[in-house]
Design a protein around this ligand. Structure first.
Ligand SMILES: O=C(O)c1ccccc1NCC(=O)[C@H](O)[C@H](O)COP(=O)(O)O
Length: 205
């Protein structure tokens, strides 16, 4: 199985180009001001204007104002949206763009119900739950909680690293994996070697 890779938390052109050249399928940009990986709509749109074709830029929001979402998507027709907060299916759909819904995993989450609720999402992204931290936690969750009959493409996130990516892909067999902190040298700056090793590890799966 060919596992796709999204490198999240891109803040600069060098990291975006390096990840693209190393084989990333998607790049994530965090439009959440409290994040150390926050980028402005202008910076992100300037970066994606220079990306090669076949790379999907993903705009990540956490319960954002309409105005912010609109200012991002006005900059390029290439955006896929990722909603990482408590957005309803109607809110996610209102922009008329393809979207992923992130679900933060707790033992009592009914994933089949969530997948049905967000049936307009093109994929469900599963991330670790940490109280007070909406994402980019660097923590894994119990992959046994993922049902094998999830009716949506699954993007596995949360605490993935060069060390655990082979095991993650082999055991969960996700459509794609998503990483941020595990391939950084410091918050907001990627480590090129880790990015390359991570992508190779995921695709070798
Ligand atoms: O990266 C952030 O700071 C962030 C802040 C708020 C919501 C989501 C955020 N990041 C999401 C991601 O980077 C990934 O989709 C995912 O959470 C995996 O992150 P990590 O565990 O660091 O690999």
């Amino acid at each position: 199985m060919n596992c796709r890779v999204k490198i999240c938390g891109i803040t600069n052109l060098d990291d975006a180009m390096q990840a693209s050249n190393a084989g990333a399928d998607a790049l994530g940009f965090v439009f959440y001001e409290k994040s150390p990986r926050y980028v402005t709509p202008k910076t992100a749109n300037d970066i994606i204007a220079q990306l090669p074709p076949f790379i999907t830029p993903v705009a990540l929001f956490v319960d954002a104002d309409d105005q912010l979402v609109q200012s991002v998507i006005a900059g390029s027709p290439r955006w896929v949206l990722q909603f990482h907060g408590e957005e309803s299916p109607e809110q996610c759909l209102q922009y008329g763009q393809p979207y992923f819904k992130a679900i933060r995993m707790k033992s009592d989450v009914d994933l089949l119900l969530e997948a049905e609720r967000y049936d307009t999402a093109t994929a469900i992204l599963l991330d670790a739950y940490k109280p007070g931290v909406p994402g980019g936690t660097g923590e894994t969750f119990d992959w046994h909680l993922i049902p094998s009959n999830l009716p949506k493409p699954l993007i596995l996130a949360g605490g993935l690293t060069v060390e655990n990516i082979h095991h993650a892909v082999a055991s969960v067999q996700p459509y794609a994996v998503d990483v941020s902190g595990g391939v950084e040298k410091e918050k907001g700056k990627k480590d090129p070697l880790k990015v390359t090793q991570f992508i190779n590890g995921a695709k070798r799966g």
